[in-house]
Design a protein around this ligand. Structure first.
Ligand code: AMP
Ligand code: MG
Length: 405
């Protein structure tokens, strides 16, 4: 049995470099950038007003006060997209709107709220202005030459905005890997059917589809297959058309666990089988002609945990993401924890902050059949190999489910 770290290294070493495609901006958020983006010009591109008001020469308002107001004539208007065409004279002001270009020679804006007078031809000021007041400078947001996006970054809606502002209407991103999901087990029926005679509803496939999508892949349910070597091999054949094949169940040492043998006979080179972890120790990984194949244990919790620990990092690497695993943070155990066999253990935890310290409890039963332990959890508690117990109050490492890594 290999260690979790070794297993992850073997998996990541087998991941091919990301495939790349171009998408238009509306489809950019949620994708991973496959190129660096450098601003080709300053943003803003010209001096403009951050307020509705009047552009002035600050020198003209020297000494202005409520007792000594200064009135300037209004030479015209500069609104967003419609600059003032002329050259304002020495004693002029120009009515200006937010985003309007600062007219030549003017160095300050006075917000309209601070001005007086009813005439449209003149405006009165009651206080001085300083050079630069309410003026946005060229390059103040993004100077020309600044790298605004790095390859490997997850693109957010804000990135789409920045791409548009810097003159890009499309962006190169990594291709979202297509992931086939195959459930094996004589007991499995579809969720819409009523189980009788020892059957259960296939639940793991649906959790997996969501997890794949969250991780940036494109899930596709291939179906349920009975524990028959021939049927399994037929479905594996279908599954090998995907970049990643996730097969659940039948990977352990039971009399009807045919996953390993069927995969091998379908031409999958098994890289490892069984990892020193709990839950999920029967995990299998192999490769076949450009497809990464995971045999995930059938217990729904084992399926989810092995996905998070081993499949998600692989999908992220396929996407070209720079960070593959979430950060581990320390929390204080609010209960004593026992690991029977010294395997690396992933417990479902509920972490919360109390008086500035992070504290964590388990969700209760850690049996790998208890799906609801995942519903209530917000993190995994990771107990290292060889640790058989953790005292109440001792520090443990946790990984938050919603770590924005
Ligand atoms: P196996 O890995 O095939 O030995 O299955 C281990 C346990 O997980 C058994 O109790 C199975 O019934 C259950 N199981 C297997 N596949 C699924 C599935 N797709 N959805 C829900 N439970 C499953
Ligand atoms: Mg089974």
């Amino acid at each position: 049995m290999i260690s979790a770290d070794r297993a992850l290294r073997i998996i990541l070493d087998a991941v091919p470099p990301p495939a790349i495609e171009t998408v238009d901006l509306p489809h950019a958020p949620g994708r991973t950038a496959a190129e660096d983006i450098v601003a080709g010009g300053d943003i803003p591109g010209f001096k403009n007003s951050s307020m509705d008001g009047f552009a002035v020469r600050s020198a003209s308002l020297k000494g202005a006060s409520p007792g000594n107001p200064v009135t300037l004539s209004v030479a015209g208007e500069s609104s967003a997209g419609n600059p003032f065409a002329g050259r304002p004279g020495k004693g002029d002001a120009v009515r200006i709107m937010t985003g309007g270009k600062i007219p030549a020679g003017m160095d300050a804006v006075v917000p309209v709220e601070k001005t007086g007078g009813k005439s449209t031809r003149a405006v009165t000021f009651h206080e001085p202005a300083s050079p630069g007041d309410y003026i946005r400078l060229p390059g103040e947001d993004i100077p020309r030459g600044r790298r605004v996006i790095r390859a490997g970054e997850l693109l957010t809606p804000y990135h789409a905005g920045v791409l548009a502002a810097t003159g890009h209407d499309e962006v190169r991103v990594s291709v979202r890997p297509r992931v086939g999901i195959l459930a094996t087990g004589d007991e499995l029926i579809s969720p819409g059917r009523t189980p009788t005679g020892g059957k259960i509803r296939n639940s793991s496939s649906y959790a997996l589809m969501g997890l794949v999508r969250e991780a940036g892949g494109r899930p596709r349910f291939i179906g349920i297959v009975r524990d028959r070597k021939k049927s399994i091999r037929k479905k594996i054949g279908e599954g090998l058309a995907f970049r990643v094949l996730l097969m659940t169940g039948g990977v352990s040492v039971g009399a009807h666990d045919y996953a390993g043998e069927s995969l091998r006979r379908s031409g999958v080179e098994i890289k490892f089988w069984r990892v020193n972890i709990r839950p999920g120790s029967p995990l299998l990984f192999g490769v076949a002609r450009g497809t990464l194949v995971f045999g995930l244990p059938g217990n729904p919790v084992s399926t989810a945990v092995t996905f998070l620990q081993f499949v998600r990092p692989a999908l992220r690497k396929m996407l070209g993401r720079t960070r593959l695993v979430p950060s581990r943070v320390r929390a204080l155990a609010d209960e004593s924890l026992v690991v029977k066999d010294g395997k690396r253990c992933y417990m479902r935890g509920i972490a919360r902050e109390e008086n500035g310290a992070l504290r964590v409890t388990t969700t209760g039963s850690q049996s790998s059949g208890v799906m609801t332990s995942l519903l209530r959890a917000n993190c995994l508690i990771v107990i290292p190999e060889g640790t058989r117990s953790v005292r109440r109050g001792a520090p443990v490492e946790i990984e938050f489910f919603n770590d924005p890594f």
